[in-house]
Design a protein. Structure first.
Length: 428
């Protein structure tokens, strides 16, 4: 009896030791992510942990959007990796590379795997020939319109946009003419505050720069550390001047903040509204149904220059991690393989992978057909510069200053002068 008891105790001890050893063999990957992406990422993390049970486990921490950037800066000053993998907002990748915050992923992501991303999402995460992140999803610019307001104005949206596709669009000039006619019909004395055209992110470089891009203007010079000859160039001055004229004519708004525009559109206060592919989800959640969508306009004489904005969150690897293989496996799962499908389905984000634009997805969300075309043909990432924070602050101010009456040429030159000084900090 004692021998049997001894054997049972010995076996129990061996099983306990085996369980401890097995637990010790599991590699824990620490992820820091914006809480704006929690719905999709948490679903993908759960799927990853099941798929790699006994080998890897991901522990995610979700931070408020504004806290992500400060947390990255603070954590990178530590000697060890607080996070193995972290959220890297696409336009900030150049800045993080400049500061040594990201590990090149070329040894982990093959050329074939990288080619599965849309062209713009490949561009957003590369610096030189190196891959410094992987996009989780994307965003695109679509033009929405209030069908009720157009019908009230006696304008048939089906007739207005007949034959419109990626190769045949309505022009900005025609859109302004139509917006003015609709405003005159539904709000002749201006007492209803009906806005003809507006951007979702008015006053922000992300969307506003397309006006200059649509005239052939670049966002920044090659090398990412100069805007002289770019923002003070003819395409930019023309775009800024055109925009100010439309504000002065009451077609575009003055004084409305970017965070409020979607509410104005859903309240029937904006006729034509340029915004991201995430908006239909917002419309559905608020019971707003009187809208349609189409391709964004072009400027006459610049058909070949039509541009849309894009980009979203990517994930990158901390150079201080001691778990590079595990971190890379997680990044690929989340952004390229099964986890990417989980993320897209749960988050409702625009895919960053070409393969994800399935017939089923587009049937469920027809506006994504526009996004798919734009992503392949007109999408341009935001300015690629290690000084993106300085760039966005200054260019945002430029658009807002012109909106409020500043001389376009002088405001553009002031922006150039400000950024020329700011860029000096980043020169070798």
């Amino acid at each position: 009896m004692r021998k049997i008891l001894s054997l049972v105790l010995a076996l129990a001890m061996l099983l306990t030791l085996a369980a401890v050893a097995s637990a010790d063999d599991v590699v824990t990957i620490k992820l820091m992510m914006s809480n704006t992406q929690q719905t999709g990422v948490s679903a993908a993390v759960e799927a990853f942990n099941k798929a790699y049970e006994g080998k890897y486990v991901c522990e995610a921490e979700y931070l408020a959007f504004d806290n992500v950037f400060e947390t990255i800066e603070v954590s990178m000053q530590q000697d060890t990796a607080e996070f193995d993998v972290f959220a890297a907002d696409g336009p900030n990748i150049g800045a993080y590379v400049n500061r040594g915050y990201l590990t090149p992923l070329n040894d982990y992501i093959t050329a074939e795997e990288f080619a599965s991303f849309t062209p713009a999402m490949q561009d957003e995460v590369t610096v030189g020939d190196a891959i410094y992140g992987a996009a989780m999803g994307d965003s695109e610019l679509v033009m929405y319109y209030n069908t009720a307001l157009l019908e009230q104005a006696g304008i048939d949206p089906a007739e207005l946009f007949a034959g419109v596709d990626g190769e045949h669009r309505i022009s900005w000039e025609k859109l302004v003419e139509t917006a003015k006619a609709a405003q005159a019909a539904v709000d002749p004395d201006g007492s209803q505050g009906i806005i003809g055209i507006e951007f979702q992110q008015v006053g922000r470089t992300y969307q506003m720069n397309v006006l200059a891009n649509d005239r052939g203007g670049a966002n920044i010079a090659e090398g990412g550390l100069s805007v002289d000859g770019v923002i003070n160039s003819t395409p930019w001055i023309e775009a800024l001047t055109w925009y100010q004229q439309q504000v002065n004519d009451g077609v575009f708004s003055k004084g409305i903040a970017a965070g409020d525009t979607s509410s104005y559109f859903m309240a029937g206060k904006i006729i034509f509204y340029l915004g991201t592919t995430a908006l239909p989800g917002t419309f559905d959640n608020n019971g707003f149904t009187t809208y349609g969508y189409t391709y964004k306009p072009f400027f006459e004489g610049h058909e070949a220059d039509v541009t849309t904005c894009c980009g979203s969150w990517a994930v990158g690897m901390n150079p201080k991690t001691e778990k590079a293989e595990a971190a890379a496996e997680f990044i690929k799962y989340l952004c390229i393989y099964d986890g990417s499908d989980v993320y897209i389905n749960a988050s409702g984000m625009l895919p960053a992978l070409s393969r994800q634009f399935t017939d089923e997805l587009i049937a469920a969300k027809p506006y994504l057909a526009i996004a798919q075309y734009e992503g392949a043909n007109t999408a341009l990432v935001r300015a690629k510069t290690p000084a993106f924070n300085e760039y966005s602050t200054s260019v945002n101010a430029l658009w807002e200053n012109v909106r409020n009456g500043a001389d376009p040429a002088q405001a553009a030159q002031d922006c150039v002068d400000e950024l020329t000084t700011a860029f000096l900090e980043y020169e070798d």
